[in-house]
Write a protein that binds this ligand. Structure first.
Ligand SMILES: Cc1ncc(COP(=O)(O)O)c(CN[C@@H]2CONC2=O)c1O
Length: 500
């Protein structure tokens, strides 16, 4: 053995009697250590611990419940699913009841009809079988038709990859785009940390472009150009541009001419445009309308040969909020057949996405139409949810803007408010002493005093020296007054305690 060259691996570096653990923080993939996802970070762990404490010792804390405003998870906070969607899902998952007479009395005629239609598109009517790696072709046909109806431009079912939510689709694209840390991805700051986490996991470089808080989180092309040049000067090859529209955490809805300028920029610079449009149904202000980047690029006369565009959609948001069903898709356009083959190959490694999510994605993109039996009830449910979200956004935005040292842009869309807080120096120093970012210090004090869980702005990145937090607009309307009063009372006492 003494002549055998032993590879110096952790398991052989210690004596044979006590081999080191097979995996330690020193031997884990460093990209995993670098990755962070604040939406379910430290503040949520503390909240869950406090929740356990409330359960085991009622009355032990200065509040009687935890109010989770950290994650865009509507149904965990009481939002009801859309009846038609669930009727179709239930029938597809148990086709045996489709033929029973009782079913006619329990399910709407159009959900029964839709379930038959969908089952006829599934080989063997087996929702328990693997599907095509891009998803069931018939469902992709439905989604493509829905995209065409939305945009007024052709969509090819073969460009659609059904995924277990938008997250795995984003990871897939990062996997294809990033070869090393020399490859950069332009991302908005503040950004939804799926992007910074995925870029870190894939060993690439996040190239920031700062949204302008003073102009309602506007995206300036000059900023894109500046960051692009800066990256190039550091030897980074920028490969793609991420746009989140409507924005998370910032809530802005891009103006059409801004979108056109972005498409032009990507075409000129040869960048892949990654358009995250999971909040396309969440628009709360009358003066803004959602336009997909697919529609914008086609309306500019740009087709397959002019721009590489990947559009992400999800069943987790909108008025449906089916986060747990894990459904979504990416529409991949403007790539060569060879690249499409590689994307298919990567998708095929995971065999297929879950079938319920696939069915839901097709329902989201092709809901009941005027004249369908379910149309009235479907519309009432959809409008009820969206108008309530708009009211909650406005109420919270006004409450935040009434707080000393707090300014909050309007939530034009999405599901969040992202107020800026100007903190007294004494609070900044107290945060430093606690070894926390000032906004994380503020959020933890807020949680400990009120049970309200929000995410520090540092978890989304922000202009250095500015501090924010992200608060969802999702607690049911009857909970909003409690959030406003707890937050207002806490903020007053915090500012008193740390007044310079
Ligand atoms: C902009 C954006 N893109 C993609 C996703 C991923 O969605 P899937 O569920 O389809 O994977 C989210 C989820 N929103 C997270 C989850 O809750 N709060 C958030 O900020 C998101 O906000």
């Amino acid at each position: 053995l003494s002549n055998t060259s032993v590879v110096d691996s952790p398991s052989t570096s210690s004596s044979s009697s006590s081999p080191m653990a097979p995996l330690t923080v020193d031997t884990i993939n460093p990209k995993v250590l670098e990755c962070e996802y604040a939406v379910r970070g430290e503040i949520v762990t503390i909240a869950q611990r406090l929740q356990d404490e409330l359960k085991s010792k009622p009355g032990s804390l200065p509040f009687d419940e935890i109010l989770y405003c950290n994650i865009g998870n509507p149904q965990s906070l009481g939002q009801q699913p859309i009846t038609f969607f669930r009727e179709v899902l239930a029938l597809c998952d148990h086709p045996a009841i489709l033929d029973k007479s009782e079913t006619q009395g329990l399910f709407s005629a159009d959900s029964i009809e839709r379930a038959w239609q969908i089952l006829d598109q599934i080989p063997g009517r087996a929702t328990g079988a693997y599907s095509h790696s891009q998803g069931i072709k018939g469902l992709r046909d439905t989604i493509a038709a829905g995209i065409e109806a939305r945009d007024g431009f052709a969509a090819d079912p073969n460009d659609i990859f059904l995924t277990d939510g938008a997250s795995p689709a984003v990871h897939m694209m990062m996997q294809l785009l990033i070869r090393s840390e020399k490859d950069g991805i332009l991302c908005p700051i503040p950004q939804y940390p799926l992007y910074s986490a995925s870029i870190a996991l894939h060993g690439g470089s996040l190239v920031p472009y700062y949204l302008d808080e003073a102009t309602g989180w506007g995206l300036e092309i000059s900023e894109l150009k500046k960051q692009m040049e800066d990256a190039k000067s550091k030897g980074i090859s920028v490969r793609a541009l991420v746009v989140i529209n409507p924005g998370n955490p910032t809530g802005q809805v891009l103006a059409e001419d801004n979108q056109k300028a972005i498409v032009e920029f990507c075409k000129q610079e040869g960048l892949v445009l990654l358009a995250d449009e999971v909040y396309q149904e969440n628009i709360y202000v009358p003066e803004k309308k959602f336009h997909s980047f697919k529609k914008i690029s086609r309306s500019m006369g740009y087709g397959e040969k002019d721009i590489s565009l990947v559009s992400f959609q999800s069943v987790s948001k909108g008025y449906y909020g089916e986060c747990g069903k894990r459904g979504g898709y990416m529409e991949v356009t403007g790539f060569s057949p060879e690249i499409m083959e590689q994307i298919y190959k990567v998708a095929s490694v995971n065999l297929c996405s879950n079938i319920s999510g696939q069915i839901l994605a097709s329902l989201v993109m092709s809901p009941p139409k005027v004249g369908d039996e379910s149309y009235e009830s479907y519309s009432a449910e959809k409008d009820g949810i969206l108008s309530s979200l708009a009211r909650r956004a406005k109420t919270l935005e006004d409450a935040l803007n009434n707080l000393e040292g707090v300014t909050c842009n309007k939530a034009e869309g999405a599901m969040y408010l992202f107020p800026r807080i100007v903190l007294p120096q004494k609070a900044i120093k107290a945060a430093e002493a606690a070894k926390k970012a000032p906004d994380a210090f503020y959020c933890q004090r807020l949680l400990n005093a009120t049970g309200v869980v929000v995410v520090p702005g540092s978890g989304f990145r922000q202009v250095p020296g500015t501090w924010h937090f992200r608060c969802t607009i999702l607690p049911q309307e009857d909970k909003i007054p409690a959030i406003v009063s707890r937050l207002t009372e806490f903020h007053k006492s915090f500012m008193e305690e740390f007044r310079d």
